[in-house]
Design a binder for this molecule. Structure first.
Ligand code: GRF
Length: 208
């Protein structure tokens, strides 16, 4: 099977990007990251990409006359780099419907809770974990899903739970969940690159 060209979109430190880089280097993922794109200039993930000689592109939304044009510019970059699978690894912006149509069932996102709990508009970063703690939930976790037109609503690929202890704070929970993220995001990408993901409506099957 030929290697899959992967494009990663980030806004921050890029620890999930790093987990993909590590799993590609170890030979576990039959793919290669051809470009990393950030909407923030200071995102450390860009530096992680440069250190591995991966193209690192910063696109500033304010340089475009509209949000649509900004998204078009991202699509253009992805096409320039022959991207077949787009991974949102801590990318904090929504995508236009044109973008989603262009890459239907080829955009994955990692979310730091068990969807459909603690997700949707406004649920990102430490806020997610604060809400879990304040609610008193006993379980949280992470979810990798395909991206559709709404926030965090696309077909779920992999989820894994983690126990929320009485002593947990939003920070300690975030650390626990990040560990899971670094495991299930590369796994979902691996399955995709191995051609093992089958989608039927909302249901995703990982083929043997
Ligand atoms: C992760 O918690 C991810 O689930 C969320 O944004 C965070 C990104 O972290 N979408 P990092 O930049 O990969 O370290």
């Amino acid at each position: 099977m030929p290697q899959v060209n992967i494009g990663v979109l980030i806004s921050g430190s890029g620890t999930n990007l790093q987990s993909l880089i590590d799993n590609i280097e170890s030979g576990s993922i039959n793919g290669r990251i051809t470009v990393v794109i950030s909407n923030r200039k200071d995102a450390y993930g860009l530096e992680r990409a440069r250190q591995k000689n991966i193209a690192a592109v910063y696109l500033r939304q304010n340089n475009y006359e509209s949000f649509e044009k900004f998204n078009d510019a991202i699509i253009d970059e992805l096409k320039n780099y022959g991207v077949e699978l787009v991974v949102l690894a801590g990318y904090l912006k929504i995508l236009t419907s044109k973008f989603i149509k262009e890459y239907t069932n080829r955009i994955m996102n990692i979310h730091p809770s068990l969807i459909p709990a603690f997700c949707g508009k406004g649920y990102y970063g430490i806020k997610v974990h604060e809400e879990v703690i304040n609610y008193g939930a006993k379980l949280s976790g992470a979810t990798v899903h395909f991206v559709d037109e709404e926030a965090d609503t696309g077909p779920i690929i992999i989820q894994e739970a983690v126990e929320v202890c009485y002593e947990d704070t939003a920070d300690t929970l975030q650390q626990k969940v990040l560990k899971i993220e670094h495991k299930i995001l590369p796994l979902a990408v691996k399955h995709y690159c191995d051609g093992k993901i089958q989608i039927s409506g909302r249901k995703v099957k990982i083929k043997e």
